[in-house]
Write a protein that binds this ligand. Structure first.
Ligand code: FES
Ligand code: FES
Length: 207
């Protein structure tokens, strides 16, 4: 079992809300203040450098590959993945940090991509639902979701899988309560939670 990480669902060390409030989005552009939190192309940005409103180019490692993309500095990671990189498996439900449909991993930690700016990712690696199958074989959690029919409309499903697959990565023998806790932020309007729990327990048994 891996050592448990302290923050099971991060919204970015530098949240979109905090960014908008603290750094300042102005008509002239986005001012990156002196925290040095952001890293573009692996380098800390110049302090008080104004980015935007024109597009900027950033590099980001996604599902094991370096990708270069031109974005407005205000672009969320969810929009960068879905619109710029066409990785539409990540869903945007609420776009405000309430439903977890947009969950991806950043350096293996579940993260709300709607609450994370793409420029905030820096040198860290992003993993999306498209990236957890290996060598053409679905992740055991994906297989178990299919086997147990744990998806109806499917809108919450990628986020559910990113949450439960992360749990099994950290804890290969979870209890039902562990699974409930891991998915407590994942809303499902179709009521699939009971099947999600069964599927996750089944996947754990097979991993
Ligand atoms: S879309 Fe990100 S939390 Fe709902
Ligand atoms: S399967 Fe429809 S919202 Fe969960």
């Amino acid at each position: 079992m891996k050592e448990k990480k302290s923050n099971p669902r991060q919204t970015g060390s530098f949240s979109r809300r905090g960014f908008l409030k603290g750094a300042g989005i102005t008509a002239a552009g986005t001012v990156i203040a002196s925290s040095g939190v952001l890293s573009l192309h692996g380098q800390a940005p110049d302090t008080n450098k104004t980015l935007g409103p024109d597009t900027i180019t950033i590099s980001m490692k996604v599902n094991g590959k370096m990708r270069k993309l031109s974005i407005e500095p205000r672009t969320t990671l969810a929009d960068a993945l879905r619109i710029k990189l066409q990785l539409t498996g990540t869903k945007v439900g609420c776009d405000r940090g309430s439903c977890s449909a947009c969950t991806v991993w950043i350096d293996d930690l579940p993260t709300l991509s709607c609450m994370t700016l793409a420029v905030e990712v820096g040198n860290r690696e992003v993993t999306t639902i498209e990236g957890i199958a290996k060598n053409g074989k679905l992740h055991p959690v994906q297989e178990a979701f299919i086997e147990h029919d744990a998806s109806q409309c499917g809108f919450c499903t990628p986020g559910m899988i990113m949450s439960t697959a992360h749990l099994l990565d950290e804890n290969s023998n979870p209890t039902l309560d562990d699974i409930k806790s891991a998915t407590r932020g994942n809303f499902c309007r179709c009521g699939t939670h009971p099947k999600v729990f069964v599927a996750t327990l089944d996947a754990a048994g097979k991993m």
